[in-house]
Structures are given as structure tokens and as C-alpha cells.
Ligand binder design. Structure first.
Ligand code: KIV
Length: 288
């Protein structure tokens, strides 16, 4: 009964970095998805997704790049603005593109500030790397909430040698766990944990006070995140083991487009129902 009440009140209230900490405290799982445009942002918010991330996966699933590396601040800003118009309840988080936070602390604060000021984001996300903790400290010190990201971090794809599961042996697992702890210490309000064995996701979740958002990190994380186009069946270049397809929208869209094509070619579209009609008295004058 108590758990149900918590769920109802969390479902109605605006999500903030504080309510996310409370969700972890009471064991209410946090639901997070990516979005890149206004119509899908509206749907996610209507359904009650807690965190909407304008991820730099934008580059792969929407812009058609091979990796996330070419995504620019301008790309992220434009899509964040569109998503902002559709999101009311969820916490809106914007990913910081490759090299937008790594060059200097000043640049990191400046770019995070743009995502909030111009993009309408309420928080930003940074991926793990040599300078990430400094960036988290600087950005959160400037009053902008920062989400961390450990494990498989696609902005390091060349250093990691591909999209590979991380933390598979004890030493590598310890490194991922330590990295998550450092991000929390630096001020992260939550940490995404990507592509690690579930045992590693569980230890990180137990050791951090802030919520963990798992993507391929097992069921013990405080919440789960997926890339929208992966779970809807709209991106098929590759399908990691952790992606569950909840729909096959590519097939649905293909069926609709094919039907439209046939009806246009056969002259069956538009029919009377989808055409405008001139009033009868006008028709007489018009046609003589
Ligand atoms: O860019 C993105 O979509 C992400 C998620 C995979 C968490 O970082």
C-alpha cells in the first residue's frame, strides 16, 4: 500500500535531481529513455518516463554517423530544444558531445551552460575519461547538475577498441567501480553504468549513494535506460545483447509507406473522404 502511494505521487510530480535521490532511497526504480525530437518527447512524458536524455547517440540513430564522435554542440542544442518543447514532467538531461567538456574546465562550464540556457536542459551528462571528474566538479560547482557515465563509454570507442563489454575481470571491474565512485565524489547526481556484467552493476549500485542508471548493467541498478530507436526497432545496424525490442516500428513504417505507395500508383489515394468539395451551387457556376 505504501509503495503504491509512493509510486502515484512520484508519477505525478515534476522529476528533479532531489526526487531521484528519494526514488533510490525508497527503492522505486527509475525509468529513463533517450529522445531526439518533439513528437517522441511528448509520448515519453505522457507515459511518465522519469528522465529523458538527449543522448549523443543522436549521431548514430538519427544522423546516420558510424559513431557518436562527430556530434557537435549545435546538433545537440537543436535537438534538445525540440525535446524541451515536449517534456514537462521528466527531468531533461543533455549529453555533452565529444570534446565539449574535455579541453578545459572553462569550456566545460561554458558548453554545459549553453545546453541549459539555449537547449532548456535541466542537467548534463559526461562520459568517463581522464578529465571527466574535473569537468563534473567544475560544472556542478557552477550550479548545473551533472550525470556521470562509466563502463562502455562510446566517446572512447577508439581507446577501448570497439563497442565491448567492460569490467569482465576482477581488475577491470574494480577500475569501473572506482571510476563511478570518483564521479560521485566529484559531484555527479547519478551515474549511467553501461555494458558491464550485472555483478559489477550491483556493486556500484550498492556502493554509491546516488542513483545508478543501467544500460546492459543488470537488474540491480536503481534505474534503466535504453536508446529509444533500439527498443522500438528503428535502428538495426547492430543489436547489443542488452537491447530488448519492445516494438518493430521499422516493419510498421515500411508497411504503411508501401500501402501509401500502392494507393498513389493505383489512383486510390486520395479518395472522396480525403478530398475537399466545392459547394454544389459553386460547382454549377464553376463548371458552367
Ligand atoms: O548517448 C546516449 O544515448 C547515452 C545512453 C546510451 C545512456 O549515453
Amino acid at each position: 500500500m505504501f509503495g503504491w502511494c509512493v509510486f502515484v505521487s512520484f508519477s505525478e510530480e515534476k522529476v528533479t535531481v532531489l526526487s531521484l535521490q528519494e526514488m533510490k532511497r525508497v527503492g522505486r526504480k527509475i525509468v529513463m529513455l533517450t529522445a531526439y525530437d518533439y513528437p517522441t518527447a511528448l509520448i515519453l512524458d505522457e507515459v511518465g518516463v522519469d528522465i529523458v536524455l538527449v543522448g549523443d547517440t543522436l549521431g548514430m540513430v538519427v544522423l546516420g554517423y558510424e559513431t557518436t564522435l562527430p556530434v557537435t554542440m549545435e546538433d545537440l542544442l537543436r535537438h534538445c530544444q525540440a525535446v524541451r518543447r515536449g517534456v514537462k514532467r521528466a527531468l531533461l538531461v543533455a549529453d555533452m558531445p565529444f570534446m565539449s567538456f574535455n579541453v578545459s574546465e572553462e569550456k566545460a562550464i561554458e558548453n554545459a551552460g549553453r545546453l541549459v540556457k539555449e537547449g532548456g536542459a535541466e542537467a548534463v551528462k559526461v562520459e568517463a575519461g581522464q578529465v571527466t571528474e574535473r569537468a563534473i566538479k567544475a560544472i556542478s560547482g557552477a550550479g548545473i547538475p551533472v550525470m556521470g557515465h562509466v563502463g562502455l563509454t562510446p566517446q572512447r570507442i577508439h581507446a577501448l577498441g570497439g563497442f565491448k563489454v567492460q569490467g569482465r575481470n576482477v581488475e577491470a571491474a574494480r577500475e569501473v567501480i572506482e571510476e563511478a565512485k570518483r564521479q560521485e565524489e566529484a559531484g555527479a547526481f547519478a551515474v549511467v553504468v553501461e555494458s558491464v556484467p550485472w555483478q559489477v552493476g550491483k556493486v556500484i549500485t550498492e556502493e554509491l549513494e546516488v542513483p545508478t542508471m543501467g544500460i546492459g548493467a543488470g537488474v540491480y541498478c536503481d534505474g534503466q535506460v535504453l536508446v529509444l530507436h533500439d527498443m522500438l526497432g528503428l535502428f538495426e545496424r547492430f543489436l547489443p545483447r542488452f537491447v530488448k525490442r519492445y516494438a518493430n516500428l521499422k516493419e510498421e513504417i515500411k508497411k504503411a509507406v508501401l500501402k501509401y505507395k500502392e494507393e498513389v500508383v493505383e489512383g486510390r489515394f486520395p479518395d472522396k473522404e480525403h478530398s475537399y468539395e466545392m459547394p454544389e451551387e459553386e460547382v454549377k457556376k464553376f463548371l458552367g
